[in-house]
Write a protein that binds this ligand. Structure first.
Ligand SMILES: NC(=O)c1ccc[n+]([C@@H]2O[C@H](COP(=O)([O-])OP(=O)(O)OC[C@H]3O[C@@H](n4cnc5c(N)ncnc54)[C@H](O)[C@@H]3O)[C@@H](O)[C@H]2O)c1
Length: 452
């Protein structure tokens, strides 16, 4: 325990260490659910909050709505006396530590939408009491924890806020989630966790919470360092993916195989890290988070040219893929208009069922705009539902010899690892592959295979 701690902080620390402090996790989605599970495994009692009653009901029924995590994770929580799920935000006062894992999307004009954080902050403020630690995990621009979240909590606390000083009675921190759904090599408990508090006591308290469920906890000096580190990680990916996508466009024109080039460069043991091209960016992080910084930078008179350029290249990729698809059809004497195209893979990446920001939706819309008849196949996404941008009202078709043979073109957008690609190799009249899924069939397919 450091000198920065008063009796309220040291009491909370002792309760965390003895696993007596109750942890409220708000938002039981891709981030909150595995986090709740990891901290529960570490012995802490968990009170999970979500506005979505269906999620709370699914937990009670022992069914995991996040398929890639499996039902066992849910049944472990459900069958434990140390876990409870609720939609009753009036119970937030019961939690000693509150961890916010709500969405942070972009608005219509690509501006940060922190309204979910602010709504949650308001709910926390209503039952705020001395000795509570609030940790933000949602990805956001630097200073959100200090300048947006905490003031919103204090404003909602009203008169009570006058007796609650941040750093003495109330504690706050930011700890970025680095979840990569579907990745088998790491899990919430093995990915090192950055923790930055609004003050030293908050950092120490938040680090103690995570040490219960995460192997490596890395305290940093401030919440702002933790917030910015998360953005740097995601911007690094966005920029490098854009770079390799640009390389792909140039190398395609020169008839050089970009995948072979990346693999060759990847043999260098230092100074290079392979990134792979694709049909565009997807998911809740990489296409969105960089623009949180872009927006904030303007307040300080700066333009984030690198980030915007990467965004421009990445968002143009679906158009490039569709141009290449039209060319490949043309080679076979077919116009895109009237052609039957099957988009394979709707999820934004392999082996998960998450379709948020998936470029496959853009590919489908672009094919339709050019007059093609489009279907999709995805073993993990049986039907589409209305999202923020798209409402395709489509269902996955079958995946068999006859179905595949009935399309003029199969466009691989996401390459799930458990799919049998020989069905495409045997039957597709044309396959446009954006993921290098058909490499081992390239001789068998000959001119029926194109890359994009
Ligand atoms: N999914 C990832 O891989 C990932 C990785 C790193 C960081 N993040 C960040 O973590 C945050 C959460 O992302 P996610 O993928 O878990 O989102 P998600 O949509 O899977 O989960 C969010 C959950 O919050 C609930 N919710 C929405 N509004 C709420 C409110 N006002 N009060 C309580 N619950 C509410 C939703 O019902 C949902 O269950 C985002 O900021 C995201 O950028 C996500």
């Amino acid at each position: 325990m450091s000198a920065a701690m008063n009796s309220i902080a040291s009491n909370l620390l002792a309760r965390i260490e003895r696993c007596e402090a109750k942890i409220g996790v708000i938002g039981l989605g891709y981030v909150g659910l595995p986090l709740a599970h990891a901290l529960h495994q570490g012995g802490l009692p968990i009170l999970g909050f979500d506005i979505d009653q269906a999620k709370i009901d699914a937990i009670k029924a022992g069914r995991n709505y996040l398929v890639h995590l499996g039902d066992e994770l849910i049944t472990t929580l459900r069958d434990s006396k140390r876990f409870e799920g609720t939609t009753d935000f009036g119970r937030l006062g019961e939690a000693d530590v509150i961890i916010i894992c709500v969405p942070t999307p972009l608005g219509k004009h690509w501006e940060p939408d922190i309204s979910y954080i602010l709504q949650t902050a308001e709910a926390i403020g209503k039952t705020l009491r001395a000795g509570q630690l609030i940790i933000l995990e949602s990805t956001t621009y630097p200073r959100t924890t200090r300048d947006d979240m905490m003031p919103a909590i204090m404003a909602a606390a009203g008169e009570r806020a006058k007796t609650l000083e941040i750093g003495s009675e109330i504690f706050g921190a930011f700890s970025p989630e680095r979840e990569d759904p579907g990745r088998k090599s790491h899990s919430t408990s093995t990915i090192p966790k950055l923790v930055g508090g609004l003050d030293d006591a908050s950092t120490e308290l938040a680090a103690a919470v995570y040490r219960k469920g995460v192997t490596t906890v890395v305290p940093v000096k401030t919440a702002e360092i933790a917030e910015s580190a998360k953005l740097l990680e995601n911007i690094f990916r966005a920029v490098n993916i854009a770079l390799v996508n640009e390389m792909k466009i140039v190398l395609d024109a020169m008839d050089i195989d970009v995948w072979e080039v990346v693999r060759a460069a990847g043999t260098k043991p230092f100074g290079f890290m392979p990134f792979y091209p694709g049909p565009g960016l997807g998911g809740h992080c990489i296409p969105i988070d960089p623009f949180y910084l872009t927006w904030k930078a303007r307040e300080y008179g700066h333009v984030t040219r690198f980030i915007e350029l990467a965004g421009e290249i990445n968002t143009s990729m679906p158009h490039y893929v569709i141009d290449r698809t039209a060319e490949a059809l043309n080679e076979q004497g077919k116009p895109m208009k009237g052609s039957r195209i099957l988009v394979v893979g709707l999820a934004y990446k392999a082996d998960i069922d998450d379709v948020r920001e998936s470029p496959s939706f853009e590919l489908i819309e672009l094919c339709k705009a050019r007059g093609a008849q489009v279907d999709y196949y995805d073993p993990l996404v049986p039907a589409t539902w209305a999202g923020r941008k798209h409402d395709l009202k489509m269902s996955s078709v079958a995946y068999d010899d006859k179905t595949i043979a009935s399309y003029d073109c199969v466009l691989i957008s996401t390459a799930h690892s458990k799919m049998d690609y020989s069905v495409i190799a045997r039957n597709a009249k044309l396959c446009v592959d954006t993921r290098d899924a058909m490499r081992k069939f390239e001789h068998e397919m000959g001119s029926r295979l194109a890359r994009a």
